[in-house]
Design a protein around this ligand. Structure first.
Ligand code: SAJ
Length: 413
């Protein structure tokens, strides 16, 4: 079986390598020549636990190219960005991929869409473009199989998680199911294309709304003068309550984006967009805490620990830390950043704290495990103030070294 996968990003590349490692001949296609060259020279364009070993297992059955070619199966895993001004999905990459595939499509081929899209996109946008091949849907098979893997555990989740497969017709659903069965150990649940599109968006929206609720609890707890972290621990003792963790906001290319895909054609619903707005406002809220604590300090410098959108990965897409840094700089703060997972932020831990004039506030924005064990003894700062927006530091240890520690939602302001 030959599979042609369009898009070699965080989802497309691991998927391509999994298919190849399980016996398929895979052509991975990316419009970026640099990604194709990188792969064909034996390197990987990004890191993810286990991907190097998988790349070795795929050797001889995976090749990267900039143009697709005839295959038995085509799989689309291209980005679906959000237009930040209108909050509407940009489907241009999906459209382009479908048009390109239509030039190589033969009767009996299967086309799979993995990219996350608004409900109805398969019927309204993708299938009509594939039909430009001269074939009608049914002559070729079609299924939407949304990816559900979490960065940092991508390979584990791609193989272990349950999968939803929504086919254009029964043949399409069954063929796609048999193909994913080559490496998926979880259950495979079958449905139609539109339901599959909707389910994927529901999952990420559900998480976004729950994080927004935790973030509102943090702000309400501050107003009530109580510690939200203790309150959440106690509330979660209830058998049917599971409050998530408040933090500086929601990042990544999925949860910070997908809920808008669900609401883009709706005028009725409020909760989904309100949750998005609550989470988007969190970098501003952290800055508000910083501002209050630094009032009176002239020319303050802030040290940011963590630029990635979440712990133990180097992905900065939609990162709340990036938004915080921009807001702080716009307000005139000098900002120094340290993130061992993100190459483009050059300051070492000591350098981020002990700049020429010293730092006035350390703000922890990403829950990297390596931050949990930082030993505060010997750290030099001009003002020994710490804001832990993820509640990950050993606060007693820091206090023992003379640091004033504020935790987001601790009710102490
Ligand atoms: N976050 C919090 N509090 C929490 C949990 C997360 O503030 O209690 C923040 C994180 O720090 C991060 C953001 O939310 O900034 C999103 O992180 P995440 O770990 O919840 O999710 P993603 O975006 O990395 O991956 C999600 C996953 N979706 C669900 O868990 C429902 C994953 O399974 C999807 O495959 C992925 O989106 C995707 O590609 O759609």
């Amino acid at each position: 079986m030959k599979i042609c996968i369009l898009g070699l990003g965080y989802i497309g590349l691991p998927t391509a390598l999994l298919f190849a490692a399980h016996g398929a001949d895979v052509v991975g296609v990316d419009v970026k020549q640099s990604v194709v060259d990188c792969l064909n020279h034996g390197n990987l364009p990004f890191s993810e636990p286990g991907i190097e070993d998988l790349y070795r297992d795929a050797k001889g059955r995976f090749v990267a190219k900039t143009e697709p070619e005839a295959a038995d199966v085509f799989l689309i895993a291209v980005p679906t960005p959000l237009d930040s001004a209108t909050k509407v999905s940009d489907l241009s990459y999906v459209k382009k991929a479908a048009e390109t595939i239509s030039r190589h499509l033969s009767a009996g081929n299967l086309v799979i869409l993995e990219s996350t899209v608004p409900p109805g996109t398969s019927e309204r946008v993708v299938i009509p473009r594939l039909e430009r091949s001269g074939l009608a849907a049914g002559d070729f098979l079609y299924a939407h199989c949304p990816e559900r893997a979490i960065p940092g555990r991508t390979l584990q989740e791609m193989t272990g998680n349950n999968r939803i497969i929504g086919g254009y017709d029964r043949d399409s659903t069954n063929r796609a199911t048999s193909i994913y069965r080559t490496f998926v150990r979880g259950q495979i649940y079958q449905t139609d294309t539109r339901t599959a599109e909707f389910v994927k968006l529901m999952e990420n929206t559900c998480r976004d709304v729950n994080i927004a609720l935790a973030n509102e609890f943090a702000q309400l707890a501050e107003e009530c003068g109580i510690n939200v972290w203790e309150a959440i621990t106690l509330a979660n003792k209830h058998p049917r309550v599971s409050v998530l963790n408040p933090g500086p906001g929601v990042g990544g290319h999925c949860i910070a984006v997908d809920p808008w895909f669900l609401t883009e054609n709706s005028t009725r619903c409020k909760m989904v967009s309100t949750a998005r707005e609550v989470n988007d406002s969190m970098p501003n809220y952290v800055l508000h805490v910083v501002r209050n604590l630094l009032a009176g300090i002239r020319h303050p410098t802030i040290s940011v620990f963590g630029v990635a959108y979440k712990g133990n990965i180097g992905d900065t897409r939609e990162s709340p830390a990036i938004k915080f840094i921009q807001l702080a700089e716009n307000e005139g703060y000098a900002v120094r950043c340290h993130d061992p997972y993100v190459g483009e932020f050059p300051h070492s831990l000591m350098d981020a704290l002990d700049a020429t004039d010293g730092s006035d506030c350390l703000v922890v924005l990403t829950d990297h495990d390596c931050f949990r064990t930082i030993d505060p003894a010997g750290l030099r700062m001009r003002t020994r103030l710490v804001i832990d927006a993820r509640n990950i530091l050993d606060h007693e240890k820091w206090a023992g070294q003379g640091f004033a520690v504020r935790v987001l939602g601790d009710g102490a302001s």
